[in-house]
Design a protein around this ligand. Sequence first.
Ligand code: FES
Length: 330
Amino acid sequence: MSNQLEPLADPGVPVATVRRADIDPIAAKRAERQVALLFSLSGLGTLLFIYSFFFIKDNVFIFLPVLGNTNAHQLGIGIGMAAGLFFIGVGLVHWAKTLMPNTPAVQERKELRSTDADRDGLVATAKEGVATAGLGRRPLIKASLAGAAALAGLPAVIMLRDLGPLPGNSLNETNWKSGTKLVTDPGDRPIKASDLEVGAVAQVLPELLPGQKRTLEDIGKDAVLLIRLRPAEFQLDAERLSWTHEGIIAFSKICSHMGCAVALYEQTTKHLLCPCHQSTFDVTRAAKVIFGPSARPLPQLAITVDGDGNLIAKQPFSEAVGPSFWERSS
Ligand code: FES
């Protein structure tokens, strides 16, 4: 038995079939209307998506056999988007199968980079293809395809709205203002310097004003750690030292790497440790990063006391708390 492989036989060029629409103008017109109908259904699907997105409330439910109680908002969005994409695809396939030229095209294989003449030829052929596809002669298809294609891109743009409102300046601000009382978390009790012994740590939040409610988002930005050292242990410049009170220093508890809670304090080394990726901050040196991926120290909150001896913020944070974001200036 020979090991030589037999060359594959040339399959030849498929024979062009003559379709009904190629010889019968009435069939061609019918196919044209069918294509236009499919594109129109696509457009209606997209309009259903838009209507459901904006005008059907997300708490409206309707009963459907088999599915039971179904959220009308989500159902409309789903059916609308599916119909918008499905019918435009089916319309294109139907158009290609019934009306577009059906004759085989042969191109000899050449070296990979075409000559300039071939490239110009390709452009000319493409233009000719567009002309042959009959767009010029079939204004109904042209108009309905243009409408469906223009609408089909809208859902992607509209869904950007679900990303929520723009953050504005909210990432730069917290609820700490000049004079805001520090209150215990949990408990919401004002805290005095004498409540903290040397070596102690406490988590505090800004005092709520009457009628104000605390949201998780607030806590995620406002949480502050108080740590009491001996004043002589600080290695701070004059300004940062003036932000402390009787050895008590306050830092944002939100890690400057990716926003975890910096929850571990090592009393002997005076280090704060973030459990997520082990960023380590030196409390004696204004939370300077001494290990880990964090690029910035924890922001320090300037504190003092009011007339009753309660700890209060001297001023808001001088920089944004938490991880980096694009518009951050520091
Ligand atoms: S979030 Fe703190 S080290 Fe990564």
